[in-house]
Design a protein around this ligand. Structure first.
Ligand code: ATP
Ligand code: MG
Length: 231
């Protein structure tokens, strides 16, 4: 594999949280590469560290040890502001808890990454509305997050993560609140966008049906990342 093909590289990454003065290790020496256009699924028991790993890759947190390169940029070497700017430009993130802005309606939430990148509001609005439509949310564009169901909010969060076609997309349990049929529709849409734009997608999920659509399965187990097989 050519190193240039790797969009995401983890070098011996370890991470722990502090709880009441005690160090609780979560990741222990994780090394892995993800290539351009790859769709990889991250499996693992609740508490195994999937969200922790995705947050590190998004630059929302810095690993205790080891190095992380995303698109050739070493994230731990950047300060907070530079990491935030990098994320805005290059990473789409679907959070497990959606993280929609409660004071913005659905289309405004989706338009946010575009306006932050300088797109005029009218154009951003049109692209947001179109993206919401691809996820089955026609007619809900002007609803506030609290007026949407959990699954609808989840799809708004997905639209927001992909609307600017970031080269790296990190999705934390993005179908956790959807029935299987809707979940598979949403994953099909994600795969379509990922293939059309050569996006690298890393998705944490507990769903084996969703995992079945991935190019590669990995499992977090005992702080390590291991190859897993399709069920
Ligand atoms: N901010 C934090 N402070 C302390 N411990 C934390 C923190 N965030 C997570 N943890 C702990 O780290 C471990 C990994 O958590 P993480 O959220 O990464 O798991 P996960 O694999 O995403 O689980 P789930 O499938 O339930 O979403 C868990 O034991 C959790 O309790
Ligand atoms: Mg999680």
């Amino acid at each position: 594999m050519e190193p240039t093909e790797s969009r995401i590289v983890l070098h011996d990454v370890s991470h722990a949280y502090r709880q009441g003065g005690r160090r609780v290790p979560v990741l222990e020496g994780v090394s892995e590469r993800f290539t351009t256009g790859e769709f990889a699924v991250l499996l693992g028991r609740s508490g195994s560290g999937k969200t922790t790993l995705l947050n590190l890759l998004a630059g929302l947190d810095v690993p205790e040890a080891g190095d992380i390169e995303v698109l050739g940029t070493r994230l731990p070497a950047l300060d907070d502001a530079a990491r935030a700017a990098f994320r805005r430009q290059s990473v789409g993130m679907v959070f497990q808890s959606y993280n929609l802005v409660p004071t913005l309606c659905a289309w405004e939430n989706v338009a946010l990454p575009l306006t932050l990148l300088g797109l005029p509001l009218g154009e951003a609005r049109q692209r947001a509305v179109d993206e919401l439509a691809t996820l089955g949310l026609v007619g809900l564009e002007a609803r506030m997050p609290h007026e949407l169901s959990g699954g609808e909010q989840q799809r708004v969060a997905i639209a927001r993560a992909i609307v600017h076609r970031p080269p790296v997309l990190l999705a934390d349990e993005p179908t956790g609140n959807l029935d299987l049929e809707t979940a598979l529709d949403v994953v099909a849409r994600l795969v379509e966008v990922v293939r059309a734009h050569d996006i690298t997608l890393l998705m944490a999920t507990h769903s084996l049906e969703v995992a079945g659509r991935a190019d590669r399965l990995l499992r977090l187990q005992g702080g390590r990342l291991v190859e897993a097989r399709h069920p």
